[in-house]
Design a protein around this ligand. Sequence first.
Ligand SMILES: Nc1ncnc2c1ncn2[C@@H]1O[C@H](COP(=O)(O)OP(=O)(O)OP(=O)(O)O)[C@@H](O)[C@H]1O
Length: 474
Amino acid sequence: MQVRKRPLNKKEISKKEEDIIDIEQRSNSLTVHETKLKVDLTEYVEKHEFVFDAVLDEDVSNDEVYRETVEPVVPAIFNRTKATCFAYGQTGSGKTYTMRPLPLKASQDILRLMHHTYRNQGFQLFVSFFEIYGGKLFDLLNDRSKLCMREDGKQKVCIVGLQEYRVSDVETIKELIEKGSATRSTGTTGANEESSRSHAILQLAIKRRVDGNDSKPPRPVGKLSFIDLAGSERGADTTDNDKQTRIEGAEINKSLLALKECIRALDNDQTHIPFRGSKLTEVLRDSFIGDSRTVMISCISPSSGSCEHTLNTLRYADRVKSLSKGGNAKKDVPSAVPLRESSPSPLPSVVPSFSGSEMMNDITERRDFGWPKQQQYLKEQPTPTFADRMPKVKEGVEFRSLNGLYFKEKKSKGGTAPNIAEVPDIMYQQGIQPARKTKDSALDNNMGNSIAYPVRRAEPDEEDEHLNDLLQVM
Ligand SMILES: Nc1ncnc2c1ncn2[C@@H]1O[C@H](COP(=O)(O)OP(=O)(O)OP(=O)(O)O)[C@@H](O)[C@H]1O
């Protein structure tokens, strides 16, 4: 759980709004100074203190955000992990600004790993990009064509018709991301001139050729999803007079509420998690169960005019953080002090540092919220983690560390045969064969010699189901 504060914008400065957020990066804490009025109309400041896994102030660059959030998990997706990074926050708080550069940076690292560490091992990278708008799904890389979400008999959700492009160079990925972003639904709101009206989901999927055979469809290995949520507070929009904008706002609020309900249910160890509450939560089901990692970046505005929304975002983030069972103690304890005496009180640092190898050693954690830095902290806690709730690994199949890499070890008669990121054939099924796309000739022309062709996902991605089978207690 990370929080990013953006700088005051021109509009806020011209309205003489104040920066009410103090950040103490060393202790990962932040304080919101909320100005309130007493009954006798004298002003006082209520301080709200929060601690998260990382708090990033307005000077932190997008590169640093990437290093803090996504970079540590990239190697894990070569080992069957599904990682999700999502940005949450009110309209205009910086979600799109934060999320937009991350997939490209991640792709660069993925391709580097594919060309060096995993060279000649048959890994391939696929990109898909879609949005959830008004409760419906649209393919942002296929002229916003409408998509269907279906559930199979085992409640595995798949998006029928979603096109995936196989990519082998950063330039092509950049073009695809730009094309998808330009296609996304945006509109002007009171809080942001170019406001996103949808939840945008960009996925980078790692697949692997079966026995080096190009004629067979590659098998899914891992996935990295980037979710740029629509503004959490459409109430911030004071100009939403038209019906369409109000309907959009209601739909967005409904899906974010459903997300919160799922988080609550997970938090309370409920057996039924209401993923079907919205399209968003159905898509996110992957991120919350199974072999998955999730990082949420909560974006906040520093201005006094956004105080209420900022507090809502931080409380929401605090609720999600508690999913990690034993995360940092909640510090939102309001304390009233006279206006002039208000100052942030430093909190002790509670998140230890970690190294790359420690991260790899944590890959066998079956379920955790957040990146290894958080997981390491969890290890020190006596409270149970999500790992305790996961099914035990099937006898005869183990995940072990070998020089920092992870492999599945099959116990066979002839001894052990380490095989990095290898999974049995039956674990994956594919849809239709990759076919060269002809419809979008402009995009094709731009891509020149690079490999980029869509693969229509016609069948449910069986990855989860088989992974669960593999992990089932026998
Ligand atoms: N950390 C930052 N540094 C500098 N400018 C920023 C930062 N974060 C956001 N901005 C600027 O603030 C404006 C609003 O940001 P952005 O569009 O990312 O908000 P949003 O949360 O995605 O809004 P919406 O939900 O309406 O789409 C943009 O002009 C963006 O460039």
